[in-house]
Design a binder for this molecule. Structure first.
Ligand code: ZN
Ligand code: ZN
Length: 148
């Protein structure tokens, strides 16, 4: 599949090929991205500003504001079903601070987080989503090549 990716710190933006994400854990769902928004952060990134690629990659796939539909689900997923729509939180927290323990990773206190499409985590046209500790219809991306 194709995704728009950039080399952080540069204006090098290109359409790149990526492998299809797979469900790797029984608590994950796979979603097809239907819509992706573009905001000021994306504009800042493509001008060479705020962005960090995942450690194993030179590129960061952009598009952190999105809507998707569940296409597959893991055997332990009970709060989401195939056909449900979902949006993704941008920030994937540390998982150990008070905010993260209370499902508020956007308020992560430790700064040991990644942000899909912004800081150290990539996003694709189709992606695997982790549903554990998440409210229905709002989940964090996990699994798949290059995800954090
Ligand atoms: Zn944004
Ligand atoms: Zn945290």
């Amino acid at each position: 599949m194709k995704a728009l990716a950039l080399v952080p710190g540069t204006t090098d933006v290109s359409l790149r090929n990526y492998s299809e994400p797979r469900i790797e854990k029984p608590t994950q769902v796979k979603m097809k991205v239907l819509e992706v928004g573009v905001c000021g952060t994306d504009r800042e990134e493509v001008k060479g500003g705020r962005a960090t690629a995942p450690p194993e990659s030179e590129h960061l796939v952009i598009g952190h504001e999105m809507l998707g539909v569940v296409t597959e689900k893991g055997s332990e997923v009970s709060t989401v079903k195939v056909g449900d729509f979902g949006v993704f939180s941008v920030r994937r927290g540390c998982g150990k601070c008070v905010a993260c323990e209370n499902n508020r990773s956007d308020m992560c206190y430790t700064a040991e987080y990644t942000e899909r499409g912004i800081k150290g985590a990539i996003r694709r046209k189709s992606t695997a989503v982790h549903t554990q500790h998440r409210r229905p219809h709002r989940a964090d991306v996990s699994g798949g090549e290059g995800h954090r």
